[in-house]
Design a protein around this ligand. Structure first.
Ligand code: PEP
Length: 256
């Protein structure tokens, strides 16, 4: 199975900066069939970067999109418009859930719209600090999976990626901490057993599951060796070219 290294640039870099970063990144990394490198710039940079990107080396992801294909939805971008521009879309990121109030119903529709438009959804799930403190981690993971995947058929589930991102470990939250490999291993097991219940054992084994939460070059190798982790999703480290390149190298070594 491929290893995914996904960089979420969030609201950083203008179009020119994004283009320069991509230019440098493409020079630094060779084509590698086992590691799928994905960058998620701001929506405004997607179209120009889609003309510049070497798709043999890496792919583009949107950070968000709306579930309706067209119509009176001022300010939104549809998956239909992103078709041919990106290969992936991050959906259900905790910043979308908690800053923009996206609930499981909205996320379910976005996942379905992505699949319908042949864009691979990277469905983010994970508990907050207080949910963890109240022992609700397992329930949250289960509920977010059931919610997000409600409209994904057995036929389409192989077009979905899950990213486990405990909100308390994401560096944009005030008091981010590092998740231990044990925390990650437990969550990944739960994700796969829930997927087995919803679909079957083969699907559960083959579904790519990523980890995200303050990943950096010092801890990336550790997370990548947790059983069942098929890649990493990162924010902060993807903004620093040298760190992102290091993490891609680590992924190549650990998973080769
Ligand atoms: C994220 O926002 O998805 C993320 C994992 O961010 P960071 O790597 O900065 O914690």
């Amino acid at each position: 199975m491929k290893t995914y290294i996904v960089g979420n640039w969030k609201l950083n870099f203008n179009v020119g900066e994004s283009s320069i970063y991509l230019h440098k990144l493409q020079k630094k990394i060779p084509i590698c069939r086992n590691v799928e490198v994905v960058i998620a710039p701001s929506t405004i940079a997607l179209q120009p970067l889609s003309l510049q990107i070497d798709r043999h080396k890496m792919k583009l992801a949107a950070q968000n999109a709306f579930y309706r294909d067209y119509g009176a939805f001022t300010g939104e971008t549809s998956f239909t418009q992103l078709r041919g521009v990106v290969d992936y879309c991050i959906i259900g990121h905790s910043e979308r859930r908690y800053i923009f109030d996206e609930d499981d119903k909205m996320i379910e529709k976005k996942v379905a719209a992505a699949v319908r438009n042949k864009i691979t959804p990277i469905l983010c799930i994970g508990e907050t600090e207080s949910e963890r403190a109240f022992g609700e981690t397992a329930d949250v993971i289960r509920d977010q999976l059931l919610g997000g995947l409600r409209d994904v058929s057995e036929e389409d589930i192989d077009k979905v990626i899950i990213a486990y991102e405990p909100v308390w470990a994401i560096s944009s939250t005030k008091a981010a901490k590092y998740a231990s490999p044990y925390d990650v291993a437990d969550a990944i097991k739960l994700i796969r057993s829930t997927i087995e219940e919803l679909y079957d054992k083969k699907v559960a084994e083959e579904l790519p599951v990523l980890f995200g939460g303050s990943v950096n070059p010092s801890n990336a190798g550790g997370y990548l060796t947790v059983p069942g982790v098929n890649g990493l999703l990162m924010g902060g480290s993807s903004l620093i070219l040298s760190e992102f390149v290091d993490i891609i190298d680590i992924a190549k070594r650990v998973k080769s």
